[in-house]
Design a protein around this ligand. Structure first.
Ligand code: SAM
Ligand code: FES
Length: 370
């Protein structure tokens, strides 16, 4: 029965809530192998053996939110706070370009210091220097107008994990935050024209298979260009410090299911997965993952962007991370692809939007030079 559901997922890229629930409740080791194999076959049909690299710049660990799982939450007085300047970021992207990264991910806590004006200055600086490289933003919840201004300044993609698609669980984990607003932000980003990334954590305290099915159905319906999913890992200075973290098994199962539901999706094998298992990222790639985000942040701040305990790569130079990851990808039987790595379906659908864009010249170049 489970095998039949996997076959259906493989052939139709769809499944009902009941089928997904049944699958998660009854998955044996043998079924799991079959699931991973089918996810692998699906990625080979869409992206082949390519793995895209994104240079991750963690540019601020100030945050006004208080997500209970997160090491840089507002109430963590032990967090050693930092912000990168425009010049620091410029240095990171120069190194990144030399290392062959064609996408930069600017990620940070929700930090009001980075006003729209400051973000636009950063985005324009990057696009002036490297017009053909893509910018992904991951700055949390902002207004429609703010997202729009940053898009018009040249940002291409936005990563905003929905974290969990179960309202009660979301509200427990995010005191004072609105479940509806997070989901509205994702709709806004999509409407504006970003390649949007949603995503969730696996193994959150209190999370059941039903909650994970909600996540799967949510991403299937939203149809984002990217899905960032990784295990929850406790952080010693948070209220969840004594909780159990998410497992490699469950995370790779979720990666495989997302690949089957959304064959075209960009799916990172996350640093969190690499942090709970020495070859976690390789296992994530084998389960359908096709993106890795090595760290480009200056080594002086790496360990300060501490979201969870045991985060890997905090002491390595950008070049070491780049080489390390390429070796890992190759040894796992895959190849690094040095392009912007846009979502294939999105690329086809959005040529017209691009052409109409305010920053017409740069964006048109981006399409045709890829
Ligand atoms: N502030 C932005 C936002 O809210 O989207 C981006 C930064 S936030 C730190 C990036 C992601 O880290 C979150 O979406 C969350 O899923 C993940 N994260 C935070 N704490 C974590 C933990 N303890 N274990 C695993 N992932 C975690
Ligand atoms: Fe803001 Fe984690 S609580 S980034």
């Amino acid at each position: 029965m489970v095998k039949e559901i996997i076959d259906k997922l493989y052939l139709e890229n769809n499944g009902t809530k009941e089928e997904l629930n049944f699958l998660l409740d009854n998955l044996t080791d043998e079924d799991k192998k079959y699931l991973i194999q089918k996810a692998h076959e699906t990625r080979m049909k869409t992206y082949g053996d390519k793995v895209y690299l994104r240079g991750l710049i963690e540019f601020t660990n100030y945050c006004k939110r208080n997500c209970v799982y997160c090491g840089i939450r507002r109430s963590n007085k032990n967090a050693d706070r930092y912000r990168l300047t425009l010049e620091d970021i410029e240095e990171c992207i120069d190194i990144g370009d030399r290392l062959g990264y064609k996408t930069y991910v600017l990620q940070g806590g929700e930090d009001d210091y980075y006003t729209d004006e400051r973000m636009i200055e950063i985005i324009k600086m990057i696009k002036r220097k490297y017009p053909n490289n893509a910018i992904t933003l991951s700055l949390g919840e902002r207004s429609y107008e703010s997202y729009k201004k940053m898009f018009e300044a040249g940002a291409d993609r936005y990563l905003l994990r929905h974290e969990t698609a179960t309202k009660e669980l979301y509200e427990k984990l995010h005191p004072g935050a609105s479940f509806e607003n997070r989901q509205q932000c994702l709709q806004n980003l999509k409407e504006i024209g970003y390649q949007v990334g949603a995503g969730f954590m696996v193994g959150l305290p209190g999370q059941t298979n039903k909650d994970l099915v909600n996540d799967l159905i949510f991403v299937k319906e939203l149809e984002p260009a990217m899905v960032g999913l990784g295990p929850f890992i406790p952080h010693k200075d948070t209220p969840l410090k004594d909780e159990k973290g998410g497992s490699l098994e469950m995370t790779t199962t979720m990666l495989a299911l997302v690949r089957l539901l959304l064959p075209d999706v960009l799916l990172p094998a996350t640093t969190a997965l690499g942090s709970i298992d020495p070859t976690g990222r390789e296992k994530g790639i084998k389960a359908g993952g096709n993106v890795v985000m090595p760290n480009l942040s200056p080594t002086s701040v790496r360990d300060k962007y501490s979201l969870y305990d045991g985060k890997i790569c905090t002491g390595d130079e950008a070049a070491e991370c780049r080489n390390c990851i390429e070796g890992r990808i190759n040894r796992a039987g895959f190849k690094v692809e040095i392009t912007r790595g846009d979502n294939i379906a999105w690329r086809g659908k959005n040529k017209d939007i691009f052409a109409k864009d305010v920053d017409k010249k740069i964006r048109t170049e981006n399409i045709f030079l890829r």
